[in-house]
Design a protein around this ligand. Structure first.
Ligand SMILES: [Zn+2]
Length: 210
C-alpha cells in the first residue's frame, strides 16, 4: 500500500519579517543589480496580467536585483516587474508603514486577501506611480492589506501592511494584474492625472511608447 502523499502547504499564514536590516538588504540587492528604464502608461506590458513565476532560479534573483536598482534610481517605494518591461508576477518594495517603520522585501505571484467588512477602513491619501510620472491623485483604499505569495526561493510567504505600506501592497499587486491606480479613478480624475503627466518631466529614465 502506498503511503499517502502529503499535500504541500501552498498558502502561508505566517507573516514574513520584512522590517529587519532593511538598509543592508536593500543595498545588497541594488548593488548587484542594474537600473533599467521605467515603462509608462500606454505600454502594453502594463495593461495585461503578467505571467506566473514558475522557475525560482538565478535569473529570477537577478531580476529582483535589477528591480531594487531601478526602484532606487526612480526613487520609488515599490516596483512591479512589468514596470521594467518584464512580464512576470514579481514586485519589490521599500516602504514605510503608518508608524514610520520601514518594510523591505519581494513578493512573487502575489494574491491580495479579501478583507472582512469590519477591517475595511478606507484611507483616501494621495497616490502616485512611477509609470504615470509626475501625476498624483487621491484614491480611497483599505488602510490594511495582506498579500500572500512566495519568496525568491519559492517558499510560501504572507506580508501585511498598514497605511502607506498597505496602499503600496495593493498598488503593486494591481500592477501585476494589468491595473494602474489611474484605472481606479473617475474618468475626470484619470484625465487630470494624464494631463499632469503630459505637462511634467520625470526625474528618471522612461521607456518611450511607440
Ligand atoms: Zn505603480
Amino acid at each position: 500500500m502506498a503511503q499517502q502523499q502529503q499535500v504541500d502547504e501552498q498558502v502561508s499564514t505566517e507573516f514574513v519579517v520584512d522590517t529587519e536590516d532593511c538598509e543592508a538588504r536593500e543595498l545588497a540587492y541594488r548593488e548587484r543589480g542594474t537600473a533599467r528604464p521605467i515603462t509608462v502608461v500606454g505600454n502594453p506590458v502594463l495593461h495585461r496580467e503578467c505571467k506566473d513565476v514558475t522557475e525560482f532560479d538565478d535569473a529570477l534573483a537577478s531580476l529582483i536585483d535589477d528591480m531594487f536598482a531601478s526602484q532606487k534610481a526612480a526613487e520609488g517605494v515599490g516596483l512591479a516587474a512589468n514596470q521594467i518591461g518584464v512580464d512576470l508576477k514579481v514586485f519589490v518594495y521599500d516602504c514605510p508603514d503608518d508608524d514610520g517603520v520601514r518594510h523591505t522585501g519581494v513578493v512573487i505571484n502575489p494574491v491580495l486577501d479579501e478583507l472582512p467588512a469590519d477591517r475595511r477602513v478606507l484611507d483616501d491619501s494621495n497616490e502616485g506611480c512611477l509609470s504615470v510620472p509626475t501625476a498624483y491623485a487621491e484614491l480611497a483604499r483599505p488602510d490594511y492589506a495582506v498579500v500572500r505569495g512566495q519568496d525568491a526561493q519559492g517558499k510560501a510567504i504572507a506580508v501585511q501592511g498598514t497605511g502607506y505600506f498597505a496602499r503600496c501592497l495593493q498598488h503593486e499587486t494591481d500592477h501585476l494584474y494589468g491595473r494602474l491606480y489611474i484605472d481606479r479613478l473617475s474618468k475626470r480624475e484619470r484625465k487630470a492625472a494624464l494631463k499632469q503627466m503630459e505637462e511634467g518631466t520625470p526625474r528618471y529614465e522612461t521607456v518611450p511608447n511607440d
